[in-house]
Design a protein around this ligand. Structure first.
Ligand code: ZN
Length: 422
């Protein structure tokens, strides 16, 4: 089987990334077996053929959907009876209009509706964050569509399970919340194949797999660890021989599938349980962010999801934001007194000097905080901006996480812009 070119390190995201995956995509679909084909894209597209028509599972990012469809139609252009959406992220639902024929049923898990409404509801909030994180022009957002203004394509919605048969092939759909609350898994027993969306490989990363993003920086409600674990258990219980993902390459063989999914599940369970133990023993969120590490031998990296962010997501997902400090109850943030601290220090120079000393001592985040203090006093302070840039560069040089790198790059760009505009 040819190696599948995927959009390496492109996030599974709810936005219109202008990805290069289409440029790299092979000119032929990948045959998984006689009845299953894959068109790799930012959001893989699968075609399952039957004697009575075809089933499309996910439809890619809008900009790549036509190319993916062309590859699959070259293999089989039978009527499309069903489109199944593993979840409502833009890189999986972009090609629905291209595939939909008269009478095509579109199936999603019921939480899809609220997930899309949520995404549309906060469109204006997400636009600048997505532009910042991915260094691209900000999308033009139209007038607010209201709280329930999303376009909902599915014609069939289910809660826990949905089953249908087409051309003698059974399709079993299960609710498997994980990366999103509306995630579903498609199980085709005849082929011992499970289509699991982004619940294992959200970023299309090669092995070794990364710990997941249980809490995203671009903004999403915390992804519920215990639900994700139970969803992986549901997939493992099927004893699949083939697992097909929304990003990245198929996994073949039950032993390998079990090895990888179990390792991933156990890491989520470990981090979750350590957070809960720490919360019950009275530890604060930052202590736990520092203390909790993947166990040795977990076999996972932190190239996509960071454990520390997930720790915070789990903690605040359970408990909200209040930290028992009465100062935190009010709408006046710590930064409101930063200018006073600068005055007390005798001016920006002294604080910038300490920032540089921190950087020198290998404490770049402390250095960044100190530049925040100075910039609250004087937003255009040249020395503080220069120190800030140094601290950001220091972090960027050592950064091994894709998402973190995006935000550091954003910080570096905006700091340079500010320095140039002076
Ligand atoms: Zn995705």
């Amino acid at each position: 089987m040819p190696r599948i070119v995927h959009a390496a390190l492109l996030l599974c995201i709810g936005i219109g990334v202008t990805a290069s995956a289409a440029d790299q995509a092979p000119k032929k679909a990948v045959k998984i077996q006689d009845s299953i084909y894959l068109a790799p894209a930012t959001g893989n597209v699968y075609l399952v053929t039957t004697a009575a028509g075809n089933v499309v599972i996910d439809t890619a990012l809008a900009g790549q959907a036509a190319e993916a469809r062309k590859l699959l139609l070259a293999e089989n252009h039978g009527p499309v009876k069903y489109i199944i959406l593993t979840h409502g992220h833009a890189d999986h639902v972009g090609g629905i209009p291209l595939w939909k024929e008269a009478g095509t049923q579109v199936i999603a898990q019921r939480n899809y509706v609220e997930f899309l409404n949520y995404t549309a509801r906060l469109e204006g909030f997400f636009a600048p964050r997505n532009a910042a994180a991915f260094n691209r022009p900000q999308e033009v957002v139209g007038p607010w569509a209201g709280n329930f203004g999303a376009k909902i394509d599915p014609t069939i919605l289910f809660d826990e399970k949905y089953q249908f048969s087409l051309g003698g092939v059974e399709f079993h759909l299960f609710s498997t919340p994980g990366e999103t609350p509306d995630h579903l898994t498609v199980w085709v027993p005849a082929y011992k194949t499970a289509f699991i969306g982004d619940n294992y490989d959200a970023a299309g990363l090669p092995e070794p797999m990364s710990f997941p993003n249980l809490s995203t920086l671009r903004g999403s409600p915390p992804r519920w660890a215990l639900e994700w674990i139970s969803s992986i258990d549901k997939v493992l219980a099927l004893k699949p021989e083939v697992v097909l993902m929304g990003h990245g390459e198929p996994i073949f063989g039950n032993a390998e599938i079990t090895r990888r999914l179990t390792r991933f599940r156990d890491a989520i369970q470990y981090v979750h349980d350590e957070v809960v133990k720490g919360m019950n023993s009275g530890k604060d969120v930052f202590t736990l962010m520092r203390e909790i590490k993947l166990p040795a031998g977990s076999g996972l990296t932190e190239s996509f999801g960071k454990v520390s962010w997930s720790v915070r997501g789990i903690y605040e997902g359970y408990a909200g934001w209040f930290d028992m400090n009465p100062s935190s109850m009010y709408e006046v943030p710590p930064a409101s007194v930063y200018p006073d601290l600068v005055k007390l220090a005798g001016g920006p120079e002294a604080v910038v000097r300490v920032a540089l000393e921190k950087l020198e001592a290998g404490q770049p985040v402390e250095a960044l905080h100190l530049t925040d203090v100075v910039l609250a006093y004087d937003p255009n302070n040249s020395a503080a901006l220069a120190a800030r840039l140094k601290a950001l560069d220091f972090l960027r040089d050592r950064c091994e996480n894709y998402v973190e790198a995006g935000w550091l790059d954003y910080g570096i760009r905006t700091t340079k812009e500010k320095m140039a505009s002076k």
